[in-house]
Design a protein around this ligand. Sequence first.
Ligand SMILES: *[C@@H]1O[C@H](CO)[C@@H](O)[C@H](O)[C@H]1NC(C)=O
Ligand SMILES: *[C@@H]1O[C@H](CO)[C@@H](O)[C@H](O)[C@H]1NC(C)=O
Ligand SMILES: *[C@@H]1O[C@H](CO)[C@@H](O)[C@H](O)[C@H]1NC(C)=O
Ligand SMILES: *[C@@H]1O[C@H](CO)[C@@H](O)[C@H](O)[C@H]1NC(C)=O
Length: 307
Amino acid sequence: MSAKTSNLQYFAFSFLSLLVLRYASSSYYSEPSIYALDVCTSVDQPNPIAALYPNNATGTLNGTIGVLPIPLTLARKLIPSQYGILEHAYRELLPSFPVGMYPAIVQAMHDHEVQAFGYKIEDFSRTGIEFPFVDLLGDGYSSFKWAPSMLMTAGHEIALKGAQDYGTNTFPASFEPGCDAYRAVPSSKEPGTTYFSASSVEGRESLSTLFSSTEEEMYPLSFFKNFTNQPTFADGKTCDNMIRLFNTTVSSAEKGIERVKGTVRANIHPFKKEHEWSNVYGLRLDTAFIENNYLSCESFRGYVSHE
Ligand SMILES: *[C@@H]1O[C@H](CO)[C@@H](O)[C@H](O)[C@H]1NC(C)=O
Ligand SMILES: *[C@@H]1O[C@H](CO)[C@@H](O)[C@H](O)[C@H]1NC(C)=O
Ligand SMILES: *[C@@H]1O[C@H](CO)[C@@H](O)[C@H](O)[C@H]1NC(C)=O
Ligand SMILES: *[C@@H]1O[C@H](CO)[C@@H](O)[C@H](O)[C@H]1NC(C)=O
């Protein structure tokens, strides 16, 4: 494709986005009206650790993470019955978490400059609801994160296949914004408001978020570091060791790690119907990561991240 065409498409994209912003301002939960275009230009800063770990898969994840308190009884129904839930592990980190509740997690992320051995893949976005503190090995103390389903950039065969190989239900989706982590809502009354939305191209699955800046510290940073670094699985045959670093330039640059509060609306497996959560507390941040794929879950017995 010539540079001229890409520029044109980029401008067409920006123009359409402006229209969407203007007309969707009454409801940011309307269907995203832009489908993935070939041209993806992100404002994300470069991967700061690629040269440090040239022979590992590295990248950056920019976006929003939030804690969705759900009844423990519901978590028990959603998480496969053969796996226990390590309530004592999350209570150790969050002593005042409401009784009878469980912290499900929403991640709405843009994967940027993912690479290994000098080979870089196209950026993509993904989102879903995840279940940390799962006792995959049945040992009563090793925390794993179950991530059964993901909405992921349609057409990105490498990323889609990468997730499917874990047994993840992947839903090819269109994202708004398409090539970035989130977009500002300048007209919002609340300061620092941003939105993100994803919608399955073929099915009914969707997830959207609207977050504003907050000063309230509902959960400590150590809690976010903990669950984002738990080895992750879908069908339990292999585990993904994603090491999220909170101390590189992308996490400290200018705004760094921001506390946010907002609303999440999701219609995605394993939930049977659409749910909306308000007063969701989370972080808006960028993190560099090293990812070690398709490992034996058993090798993470007693795993503690270095963060
Ligand atoms: C993360 O994404 C947001 C939205 O696109 C952008 O404003 C911010 O600069 C990005 N952060 C970094 C460190 O690249
Ligand atoms: C990089 O990859 C090697 C080989 O797979 C692995 O042994 C090593 O632990 C990885 N490095 C990090 C920092 O995870
Ligand atoms: C998360 O915290 C629990 C409870 O303190 C701990 O057992 C576990 O090793 C931590 N997980 C990681 C990935 O650090
Ligand atoms: C950042 O954290 C990682 C993991 O804990 C550690 O290996 C690394 O040395 C730290 N880097 C800096 C610059 O502190």
